[in-house]
Write a protein that binds this ligand. Sequence first.
Ligand SMILES: Cc1cc2nc3c(=O)[nH]c(=O)nc-3n(C[C@H](O)[C@H](O)[C@H](O)COP(=O)(O)OP(=O)(O)OC[C@H]3O[C@@H](n4cnc5c(N)ncnc54)[C@H](O)[C@@H]3O)c2cc1C
Length: 380
Amino acid sequence: MNFTLSEEHIMIRNAAREFAKTELLPGVIERDNKQEFPEELVKKMANLGFMGIMVDPKYGGSGMDTISYVLIMEELSKIDASASVMVSVNNSLVCYGLEAYGTEEQKQKYLTKLASGQSIGAFCLSEPEAGSDATSQKTTAIDKGDHYLLNGTKNWITNGGRSDIYLVIAQTDKEKGHKGINAFIVEKGMEGFHIGPKEDKLGIRGSDTHTLQFNDVKVPKGNRIGEDGFGFKFAMKTLSGGRIGIAAQALGIASGAYELALKYSKERKAFGTEIANHQAIAFKLADMYTDIEASRMLVMKAAWDKDQGNNYDKSSAMAKLHASDTAMKHTVEAVQIHGGNGFVKEYHVERLMRDAKITQIYEGTSEIQKIVISRSVLRD
Ligand SMILES: Cc1cc2nc3c(=O)[nH]c(=O)nc-3n(C[C@H](O)[C@H](O)[C@H](O)COP(=O)(O)OP(=O)(O)OC[C@H]3O[C@@H](n4cnc5c(N)ncnc54)[C@H](O)[C@@H]3O)c2cc1C
């Protein structure tokens, strides 16, 4: 067992840390206020290889491992979880889904653009009546010979307005239940594809979340991913890796809040001494650090499992569950340590607290992670 990062991993982490401090930090409060998508920053992240971190260089990616991915995700998320969710969806849902399960033609046509950052991708599973229960897909794709006719609504889609390529899950044969679900590649601009208004959110306000409408959209047969009926398995497999990214995002939000709280507690004085010298505050810092380190171990283990080719369904669910609970609990504590200053925007911790909440909800709620974990431990 080796708990030491390689020199290369340290270099990657430092590059992401530097980028987050110099590029993401300056406008983060404004973007949050205005719900502004970090358009220019996406290009800069693409230049650093952050849009196709784990993709094979022959498809325009950076060819890094999952450990590198989580290190980058943690550093970006310490500062700007809106930017990091965009990176996470593009990398672990869209690029991974295409690289692992797409045809060579699909990879050449779509993955190369996504991995190099020329295009942005979205992953469209959730619907107004199908969230946790993803088998209840109401979106249909009817086989019309050389194409499928796609109809339905997807909601809460991250990168929804700014994407070029959408992976859309739909029911092709209701009789077959979840075995009658398929995944399709849909391009922006296809006739009948409409993008609804942007959601006004509690947190990750800079990220771009939309409802999408499909009215008789003709999707070529060649845009189906995998064998007929593979769509549900595709979604579950892809989300399992996505959870490693969201776990790393939660870890970053928690550690970002911790770093701010630690610094503040050494500067702010009350009753004649720095507040860190009051045991009530010192113990909060101890609890934060311990929970964050435990989350980091779980996140790294899940990433390592994926890199080793091990099954990572349980480890990614545990990482997401623990890291997201840690992020929620300790961003609240970071606000508390900041006192009144914690309640205003310029100190950053209130945004981290708002951003933390989503990590317990998307890519499977905490309750759903417990279902995944309990099924696994009961089976083992
Ligand atoms: C900002 C944001 C971005 C998102 N991005 C995307 C995206 O890019 N693509 C995408 O497809 N989706 C996306 N989602 C959707 C997200 O994944 C869903 O909101 C989430 O899966 C929960 O589904 P739901 O909202 O329908 O809640 P529901 O499924 O209705 O759940 C409501 C509550 O019931 C609980 N619950 C449900 N079933 C059970 C059960 N069996 N046992 C115990 N408790 C249960 C849930 O845990 C939750 O607490 C996003 C959501 C948000 C808010």
